[in-house]
Design a protein around this ligand. Structure first.
Ligand SMILES: [Ca+2]
Ligand SMILES: [Ca+2]
Length: 134
């Protein structure tokens, strides 16, 4: 059993206190997906105030680890889904611009404790803003 004092150290960056409570309400769950391919879904977070993005690695109901995803500080972009759109078996992040209706995908790559986008590309724009990814 990990010492909670040390196992939560990196999580404070994602707003989690030592008590395991994510008290910063600007973090919103964007979606869940198995971004690291270990067979368990990860929780993907987006900070609606700063544009930071993060990932939780869950084991059961416990947060085993957390890492940052590359930030996107243009706040009208919403992280709407994470799935493998190009079929290379790595998860891609799907973004939708709530103002313009543009859609984009990020191909992700893990570098140490964080995830960076290795490539980004636009998907067809759907300018009718009443359409949402579900
Ligand atoms: Ca996983
Ligand atoms: Ca992919």
């Amino acid at each position: 059993m990990d010492d909670p004092e040390t196992s939560f150290v990196d999580l404070t960056e994602l707003g989690l206190g030592a008590d395991g409570v994510l008290s910063n309400l600007n973090w919103e769950i964007a979606t869940t997906a198995d971004i690291d391919g270990d067979g368990r879904d990860n929780v993907l977070w987006r900070n609606k105030a700063t544009g930071q993005n993060g990932v939780w690695d869950l084991e059961g109901s416990a947060v085993k680890g957390s890492s940052f995803l590359e930030s996107l500080n243009k706040l009208d972009w919403q992280l709407v889904d994470a799935l493998d759109v190009d079929g290379d078996r790595d998860i891609d992040l799907i973004w939708r611009n709530a103002t313009t209706g543009q859609n984009a995908a990020w191909r992700m790559e893990q570098q140490g404790d964080s995830w960076v986008k290795s490539e980004s590309y636009f998907l067809p724009t759907l300018s009718d803003l009443s359409w949402q990814v579900v």
